[in-house]
Design a protein around this ligand. Structure first.
Ligand code: HEC
Ligand code: HEC
Length: 210
């Protein structure tokens, strides 16, 4: 290969690399920013969950579930309805790729140990009502484990409470072996409040590990 040709091929390679690094966000995410914010970190005050850094497969699965009604939420159904499988994949990969930014302020940690104990040790272990430690699936510090277990750390407390009660009511019905449904139905209202407050106060310092 002569020098000119080699240089040209190298330039093409660089251009392709830049193309990947600067891939335009999927067009739909402009709409999502109104609630989930442009940085994907959600809105703790309004109770909109952070999407940034969450496992791609998890996000894709939720968008599918909102569209097909296994996760029932009126707001999100209207946004998910128009998305094709390819759109869901692109949007999920985009949010997964955004860095996790710890919010400027987090709610204060609860003063009781109910949530921390549930998270790290579970409750009633050894009985027929055994609640497994949340962190055994969601990872240390509630940071999540890809591909199936989302980060809970730093999500709005009200959002976390809503999810747990949605599983109890049957309006969230994930197909993932019903792992989370089986946990949620064991929780009392007081445990739900406590564990939601516990995870909401933990800093979201990293992407879910794997
Ligand atoms: C008007 C506000 C609003 C807009 C705009 C919006 N969302 Fe949401 N989103 C919500 C709310 C509220 C929830 C929580 C729903 C629930 O409680 O189940 C949510 C939840 C989600 C979840 C589930 C997160 C999780 O941790 O399980 C995903 C994924 C999501 N939205 C993606 C999107 C995408 C992609 C768009 C743009 C196409 C979008 N949202 C636009 C309000 C919004
Ligand atoms: C056996 C594994 C397992 C255990 C233990 C577990 N979870 Fe989960 N959790 C899951 C899975 C799987 C999902 C994702 C469900 C889906 O795909 O919709 C999930 C999702 C969640 C969500 C939804 C997050 C979001 O962004 O919408 C919340 C909230 C949650 N879990 C709270 C808890 C709490 C609190 C505990 C402890 C009391 C707990 N989990 C224990 C497996 C588990």
């Amino acid at each position: 290969m002569n020098g000119f040709k080699a240089g040209f091929v190298a330039l093409l390679g660089i251009a392709a690399g830049i193309g990947i690094a600067q891939a335009a966000p999927p067009p739909q995410v402009a709409q999502c920013a109104g609630c989930h914010q442009a940085n994907g970190m959600g809105n703790p005050v309004a109770g909109f969950p952070a999407l940034a850094g969450q496992p791609t497969e998890y996000l894709e699965g939720q968008l599918y579930a909102f569209k097909h009604g296994t996760r029932r939420n009126g707001i999100m159904k209207s946004f998910a309805n128009g998305l094709s499988a390819a759109d869901r994949k692109a949007i999920a990969a985009y949010y997964h790729g955004l860095p996790v930014v710890a919010p400027a302020s987090l709610p204060a940690a609860p003063t009781d140990a109910i949530g921390a104990t549930l998270a790290m040790q579970g409750a009633d272990i050894g009985t027929s009502h055994a609640i497994p430690a949340c962190d055994s699936c969601h990872g240390a510090g509630g940071l999540g484990i890809a591909p199936a277990f989302p980060r809970l750390a730093g999500q709005p407390a009200q959002y976390l409470e809503n999810q747990l009660t949605d599983w109890q009511k049957g309006s969230r019905n994930e197909s993932n072996l019903h792992l989370m449904h089986n946990v949620a139905v064991l929780l009392s209202p007081a445990q739900i409040k406590a564990v939601a407050a516990y995870f909401a106060a933990l800093p979201p310092v990293a992407k879910p590990g794997s």
